[in-house]
Design a protein around this ligand. Structure first.
Ligand code: AMP
Length: 304
C-alpha cells in the first residue's frame, strides 16, 4: 500500500525559549512524509517556489519520498513564522505567507490517484476538496486542519469534513470547530458530522482517539528536552496513517490504537529539534524502541 499526502512544503521561521530557526524546511506534507516513509512508500503533492533550496528537496528524496507531485511554480515558497513561550502547548503565529499556494491547483497523477490512503494535510479546505474529487475510492482519508482555516473557510471545511474518515485536530482547534469546551463532546460532534474517528491531540499530554464504539487515550513518549513542537501534529499523522496503510486490517480497533502510539512516537523525534533535523535521522530501531518504552510506561496491570 502507499500513501499520498497533499499539504504544504514550507520555509519555517520559529522561535522558542530554547533557540530559533530561520527559513528551515517545514510544512505539513514534509513532516508527514518523513514520518510515514518508515512504514510505506509516500508521495507528496504540493508546490514550492523557485527559491526553494535544493538541499531540502534532496533531504526528502534521500529518504525515499516520491516527489513527482511536487511542483515548482514561479514565485516564492510558502512561508510560516511562529513563536512559543515556556508553555510549548500554545503558540503564536507571527506570519503566514501563502505565496505560491495562493494559485495552487493540485493535480494528481495516475500513481497518486491509486493511493488507497490519503492525508489531506493542512492547506485550504477547497484544495483538500479538489483532491478528494480526484481520488475515486480511497480506503482511508485522514483530514487535518488548523485555526487559520477554521476562521477563514468554515463552509469549505465543513464540506470536506463530511467526507473524511479520520479527523485530526488539536484541543484548541476541536473547541473552535465544534464550539464545545469539553473534548469528549467535541469529538462526538465531529463524529456526528460524518467521520468514523476523531483524533484530538493534546500536545505533551497525548491524544484522545474517539471511534464510533471505542475511546483510547494515547500517552506520549516522555522527553526532558523539548526544543520545538512545530510539525508534531503532522508527524503524528505520518506515524498514524503510515502504520495503518501497512496494516492487514487498518480498521481494526487494536491497529488504530497501535497506530496512535506510533504517531506519538514519531512526533517525539520531531519535537527534539528544530525543523526535521532529528526526525529525519530517526531509525526504525529507535522508533520500535520508543514504542516498547511507551507500552512499558503506560502499563496498568503491572502496577496492580
Ligand atoms: P503543526 O505544528 O503540526 O500544526 O504544523 C506546523 C506546520 O504547518 C509548519 O511547518 C507550517 O509550515 C505549516 N503551516 C502553518 N500554517 C499553515 C497554513 N495556514 N497552511 C498550510 N500549512 C501551514
Amino acid at each position: 500500500m502507499s500513501v499520498t499526502v497533499v499539504g504544504s512544503v514550507a520555509l519555517d521561521s520559529v522561535r522558542t525559549p530554547f533557540g530559533e530557526a530561520t527559513e528551515a524546511l517545514g510544512g505539513s506534507a514534509a513532516y508527514f512524509a518523513v514520518a510515514a516513509r518508515h512504514f510505506v512508500p509516500v508521495s507528496i503533492v504540493a508546490v514550492v517556489g523557485e527559491d526553494f533550496p535544493e538541499e531540502h528537496v534532496q533531504l526528502l528524496r534521500d529518504r525515499g519520498v516520491d516527489l513527482s507531485g511536487l511542483e515548482t511554480a514561479r514565485g516564492r515558497t510558502f512561508r510560516w513564522a511562529g513563536e512559543y513561550g515556556y508553555d510549548l502547548n500554545t503558540r503564536e503565529t507571527l506570519r503566514t505567507e501563502l505565496n505560491v499556494f495562493a494559485d495552487f491547483k493540485p493535480k494528481l497523477g495516475e500513481a497518486h490517484r491509486a493511493a488507497r490512503f490519503l492525508f489531506l494535510a493542512n492547506i485550504h479546505p477547497e484544495l483538500q476538496h479538489d483532491v478528494l474529487e480526484q481520488v475515486p475510492k480511497p480506503e482511508m482519508v485522514l483530514l487535518d486542519t488548523m485555526n487559520y482555516w477554521i476562521e477563514r473557510a468554515p463552509k469549505e471545511l465543513d464540506k470536506v469534513l463530511r467526507r473524511a474518515d479520520v479527523v485530526l485536530v488539536n484541543d484548541e482547534e476541536a473547541r473552535q470547530l465544534t464550539k464545545e469546551s469539553n473534548l469528549l463532546k467535541a469529538a462526538r460532534k465531529i463524529l456526528a458530522s460524518g467521520p468514523s474517528i476523531a483524533v484530538i491531540k493534546k500536545g505533551e499530554h497525548g491524544c484522545l482517539v474517539h471511534g464510533r464504539d471505542f475511546l483510547f487515550a494515547a500517552p506520549v513518549f516522555p522527553l526532558e528536552d523539548i526544543v520545538d513542537p512545530t510539525g508534531a501534529g503532522d508527524t503524528f499523522a505520518g506515524g498514524f496513517l503510515g502504520y495503518l496503510a501497512a496494516s492487514e486490517d487498518p480498521w481494526d480497533e487494536k491497529e488504530i490504537r497501535r497506530a496512535a502510539v506510533y504517531g506519538t512516537v514519531l512526533a517525539s523525534f520531531t519535537v527534539e529539534s528544530f525543523s526535521l533535523r532529528r526526525l529525519s535521522l530517526a531509525t526504525r530501531e529507535e522508533i520500535d524502541h520508543r514504542f516498547r518504552e511507551i507500552r512499558r510506561i503506560a502499563e496498568v496491570e503491572a502496577a496492580l
